[in-house]
Design a protein around this ligand. Structure first.
Ligand code: XUL
Ligand code: CO
Length: 445
């Protein structure tokens, strides 16, 4: 039997409180005061933090070179369903103690795969019934659901892009059930991350056909979701590679082009992950801005990579400069609606204490709270937004305006060059802008 007490798995961890910047308590927030108001909203409403089920409760610290290092009491049950129930108790205990308003999960994180489609679905529904009760008891909400279409051996050649339609059918069964339970649990979004939707070599791959198959699959998922009353956002989470050599939803721009091509752009948005951005040789900010400019910034997987490593280290986000820039884009885009900041992040393999799970989340929540505050101050301060605006002043009237409005031919624009002569050199002011960011970061309130 799994323990049901809310204090069973982390007895030494109290409800995490806000103690302010001077506190030396590792189990307290220094900056994340959920009720503090910035602009029009509280920090809780702005940041919409979610804890992910997979790294935090399913991970065991193993890597390709070694076995698990973490001893998790909820993983000790021999029976897979008992283990799943214990894991859920531990998960909700952590959500409550941390004060995270949301969580996210893959179908197979929450419940074990059975020996048939029917058994897998039965397992999932048993756990979803428990999750429903726990959501009601705690007020914690599901931000998004997703399906694990990459771990099982059947997906080794892809899920929706698999060369065998029988495999795609299994992916359909999972997504059908995944959508149903996401609706039942009130999830605001449904995510597709296509780790194996790509190829290893073009020598055995019909790329055009595979991409058309995934387009068709998303269309079917969209239609089914809408039929059963899912009114939220479908999200694609771009990633360039890993585990596939090349993933079809390489980055935000590629995913946006794909969604428009298959006429999915009205129902789908993007879930931007920081470490996926850096693997694509972009910055986190670049991917956020690309999604925002297309009206498709749905949600964020908040983590960070390591610039020396070419893989997805999924570290907890604490890099303040990266976070400030991200929060500026999120605020300028009007903030989150259904999405939020999901910590798709894992402890280092040698961070073996149970309390490290709390310490890691606290640090990331504090970093985003501070980052939000600074981003808000940068926007209110106005110097940087003004400098950016002024760079484009020449388009506000005259020839620039005519150009933007499509009123000029190439010859007319060329004539303008002849008449106006060599343009004045205008500084981009990057150093000044970076200095202003530092001034605002370090000058306090
Ligand atoms: C993998 C990754 C996934 C998705 C959900 O890199 O980010 O965990 O967030 O499938
Ligand atoms: Co992710």
């Amino acid at each position: 039997m799994s323990p049901s007490s809310t204090d069973a798995y982390f007895p030494s961890v109290p409800k995490i409180a806000y103690e302010g910047p001077k506190s030396d308590n590792p189990l307290a927030f220094k900056f994340y005061d959920e009720n503090r108001v910035i602009g029009q909203k509280t920090l809780k409403e702005h940041l919409r933090f979610a804890v992910c089920y997979w790294h935090t409760f399913c991970g065991d610290g193993s890597d390709p070179f070694g076995m698990g290092t973490w001893q998790r009491p909820w993983a000790e049950h021999a029976d897979p369903m008992d283990r799943a129930k214990a894991k859920m108790d531990a998960a909700f205990e952590l959500f409550v103690k941390l004060g995270a308003p949301f969580y996210v999960f893959h179908d197979r994180d929450m419940s074990p795969e059975g020996s048939s489609v029917a058994e897998s679905e039965r397992n999932l529904r048993t756990l979803v019934e428990l999750a429903k009760i726990k959501q009601q008891e705690t007020g914690i909400k599901l931000m998004w659901g997703t399906c694990n279409l990459f771990s099982h051996p059947r997906y080794m050649n892809g899920a929706a892009t698999n060369p065998d339609v029988n495999v795609i059918a299994h992916a359909a069964a999972q997504v059908k059930a995944g959508l149903e339970v996401t609706v039942e649990l009130g999830g605001g979004c449904f995510v597709f991350w296509g780790g194996r939707e790509g190829y290893s070599t073009l020598l055995n791959t019909q790329m055009k056909r595979e991409i058309e198959h995934v387009g068709r699959f998303f269309e079917m998922a969209r239609d089914y979701g809408r039929r059963i009353g899912f009114t939220g956002d479908f999200l694609i989470e771009p990633k360039p590679m890993e585990p596939s050599k090349h993933q079809y939803d390489f980055d935000a721009a590629t995913a946006i082009g794909f969604l428009r091509r298959f006429d999915l752009h009205r129902d789908f948005k993007l879930n931007i992950e920081a470490n996926h951005a850096t693997l694509a040789n972009h910055t986190f900010a670049h991917e956020l801005q690309t999604a925002a400019d297309a009206g498709m910034l749905g949600s964020v997987d908040a983590n960070r990579g390591d610039y020396q490593n070419g893989w997805d280290t999924d570290q907890f986000p604490t890099d303040l400069y990266q976070i400030v820039e991200a929060m500026m884009i999120i605020l300028e885009n009007g903030g989150f609606t259904r999405g939020g900041l999901n910590f798709d992040a894992k402890l280092r393999r040698n961070s073996t204490d149970l309390e490290d799970l709390f310490i890691a989340h606290i640090g990331a929540m504090d970093a985003f709270a501070k980052g939000l505050e600074i981003a808000h101050r940068v926007i209110e301060d106005g110097r940087i937004p003004r400098l950016r605006e002024e760079r484009y002043r020449s388009f506000d009237s005259g020839v620039g305006k005519q150009f933007e409005d499509g009123e000029l031919t190439l010859e007319q624009l060329a004539d303008h060059a002849a008449k106006s002569g060599e343009p004045a050199r205008t500084s981009g002011k990057q150093e000044l802008i970076e200095n202003i960011i530092n001034q605002i970061c370090f000058s306090g309130e």
